[in-house]
Design a protein around this ligand. Sequence first.
Ligand SMILES: [Zn+2]
Length: 219
Amino acid sequence: MRWIDRGPEPDGVAGYAQQFTQGWVDYFQNRVGERPTDHYWGEFRSALGSWSNNICWYCERQCDGEGELDPTVDNFRPRSRFPELVYAWSNWIFSCYRCNYAKLDKWPETGYVDPCAEDPSERPEQYFDYNVVTGEIIPREGLSETARRKALNTIDDLDLNNLGLLEARLERTKEFYELLQKTPASERQAVIDQHVDRPVEHAGVIRMFVENLRRDGVI
Ligand SMILES: [Zn+2]
């Protein structure tokens, strides 16, 4: 996971918010009426995906397929618990179907790590590290107990260490490392810049991998 700048709110969101938010609040908070059927956040899926070249903001896979890789808009704070945010641009996450479905309407006491956190101290970079041997995303060392639980809840509930993701990360980091080894030292930084924090699959993992290599004095 890496930080994503969601960009400015597009035209049209405010209108939907004004028209439809109360229906969700009435249903979930006030327990009045029928469950609303409007899902107009879906209209903004392409706008959200354009910030990451359609890469899921949670698992960093390209969402261009069907089934698990079907692109969706996730309500970061779930509708059932935060109906007042149902049409909040700041609450929408571009997500693959798999991550969205894994998360559903869960919301642990710690909340989850927000890929779009405005506060730099709350961004994914502050929470996660990468195990280069297993391919796992793990909590960074030195986190407070609460922050560590937040990182673990995010990893567990989104199933970010399933076998397919571990294999994909190991493959990606292996390719990147081989490329780095072939690159003269003077040009390495340029190669790193091309792969870190870019809208490509597992860019957040590559960033953590580079941090590991630097920490271990390999580069
Ligand atoms: Zn995903």
